[in-house]
Design a protein around this ligand. Structure first.
Ligand code: NDP
Length: 423
């Protein structure tokens, strides 16, 4: 039986030793954990029971021209094709004049939900009448936000069931994502309401359906820029428009359409130290807001079929301060690389990345298919998985390309032959 009692009270070194003592890891494995621990002191402050840093590759997506300005976009991802696809999609859009973006706001909803309500309409009226007072209480709970120009803006009351009522406060969180700020403001309001409303508060917490933090990116691509070796640009554009319609009609397709978008969105969110789970949940909740799950982007041909018009709308409760953003040096560097200094700018970039990623995926899907490009890039990972050292990859890669093979077994046997010939 393992005994890791008071694990959280141990120092980092003691924790690793405890794992060895309990025969959970070997000395060799301790070395792996130690080597990956790029900043144990920081990690120990950031999370409970810190062991190591889990490293993911970071690269730069190029060719981003957004509102007339060029951006280098750091992306963190383990999926081989993501950055290549992003840069490819962005390059087509760059040639076409770039992305145009619009950010509608940066408000987060916070919910205070009452249970055991006996007269929901009466409670709704009561809460609506107190709007001014409730906003004041919320803002007094985090005055620095109001000083920066943010704070609670308005409220709404929704009757969810005969016994459940949600009071929603819309809060402008300025440059932060705002989860913690909103939660403290909500608790203050909930405490106040607890003294005057008989229905008990069930819970009070932000909503991740950030539909008052919408960012839109659009582009207009002359169809000839979409040409593929076996398909004219006009045909590619027409097929992309049908694929886009398909993603509005079929949730099975929409889920994959949106996964491709989130490949890029998450990669930038992680590089920028943002809470990508919050962004994911916002995106999917928004995608199903109409009642059925739909693609987050749309593509259509213009009236004379010469231009493919693309548009994406994403809820992006993103931040350039707060959470772990200011304490992780790499995030600071990434903000510098992308030259961003506001949450609005970050939302503009992320929406553009989502659209470029989607374009690249759709263009490949409706022409040669995604497997060709994917497997070309995946091959390196397969060779490494076969046990190759990084400096052996190029040789094996060349041999596999000549043989037109992409499978692990071939990689393993080529590697074994290489090692035999070296001995
Ligand atoms: P913080 O709790 O870090 O609050 C934001 C901080 O940024 C505050 O200290 C604020 O200072 C400071 N700040 C400096 N400049 C600005 C500015 N211009 N605008 C706004 N704030 C500024 O982060 P958040 O409240 O944003 O919460 C985000 C964190 O909460 C993330 O780590 C997220 O993972 C986590 N979280 C997410 C949940 C969810 O999504 N459901 C739930 C709970 C937590 P000051 O204090 O002086 O105002």
């Amino acid at each position: 039986m393992t005994n890791l009692s008071k694990f959280y009270q141990k120092t980092w070194q003691q924790r690793l030793q405890a794992l060895i003592d309990q025969k959970i890891i070997s000395d060799q494995q301790r070395k792996i954990l130690q080597c990956s621990a790029s900043d144990p002191e920081l990690g120990d402050q950031q999370i409970e029971n810190y062991l190591t840093h889990y490293n993911l590759p970071e690269g730069l997506a190029l060719h981003y021209l957004i509102n007339g300005k060029r951006y280098l976009i750091p992306m963190v991802t383990e999926e081989p094709s993501v950055i290549a696809a992003s840069s490819h999609g962005a390059a087509i859009i760059e040639k076409s004049g770039g992305f145009t973006t619009k950010v509608s706001g940066h408000l987060l909803w916070g919910q205070i939900v009452f249970e055991k309500v006996s007269q929901p309409e009466k409670l709704k009226k009561n809460l609506e009448e107190q709007q001014e007072k409730l906003i004041l209480i919320a803002n007094q709970a985090h005055p620095s936000l109001q000083k920066r120009g943010g704070g609670a803006r308005h409220l709404r009351v929704r009757i969810l069931a005969a016994d459940l009522v949600s009071l929603d406060l819309a809060i402008d969180t300025q440059e932060a994502m705002g989860a913690n700020m909103v939660n403290s403001m909500l608790e203050a309001v909930a405490n106040y309401l607890g003294t005057q409303i008989s229905a008990p508060v069930l819970l009070s917490v932000l909503s991740n359906l950030a539909d008052e933090s919408l960012a839109q990116a659009s582009c207009r691509i002359p169809v000839e820029f979409l040409t593929r070796p076996q398909l004219a640009g006009q045909q590619v554009a027409e097929k992309i428009a049908v694929a886009s319609r398909l993603a509005q009609l079929d949730p099975y397709r929409a889920a994959t359409h949106n996964k491709g978008i989130m490949n890029g969105v998450d990669a930038v969110a992680i590089a920028m130290g943002n809470d990508w789970r919050a962004i994911e949940s916002a995106a999917h909740a928004f995608a199903v807001k109409s009642g059925s799950y739909r693609g987050l982007s749309q593509w259509q041909l213009n009236s004379d079929n010469s231009i493919l018009e693309g548009k994406i709308t994403l809820p992006l409760p993103v931040a350039v301060v707060g959470g772990s953003i200011k304490i992780v040096p790499l995030v600071q560097l990434n903000q510098q690389l992308a030259k961003i200094n506001s949450a609005t700018q970050l939302a503009e970039i992320i929406a553009s990345v989502g659209l470029a990623q989607n374009l690249a995926a759709l263009q490949a899907l409706v022409s040669e298919g995604i497997q060709q490009g994917h497997m070309r890039l995946q091959l390196r990972a397969t060779i490494l998985a076969a046990g190759a050292q990084p400096n052996e990859v190029a040789t094996i890669l060349k041999q596999m390309q000549q043989m037109k093979k992409t499978d692990l077994t071939t990689a393993q046997s080529l590697l074994a032959k290489k090692h035999e010939s070296e001995h």
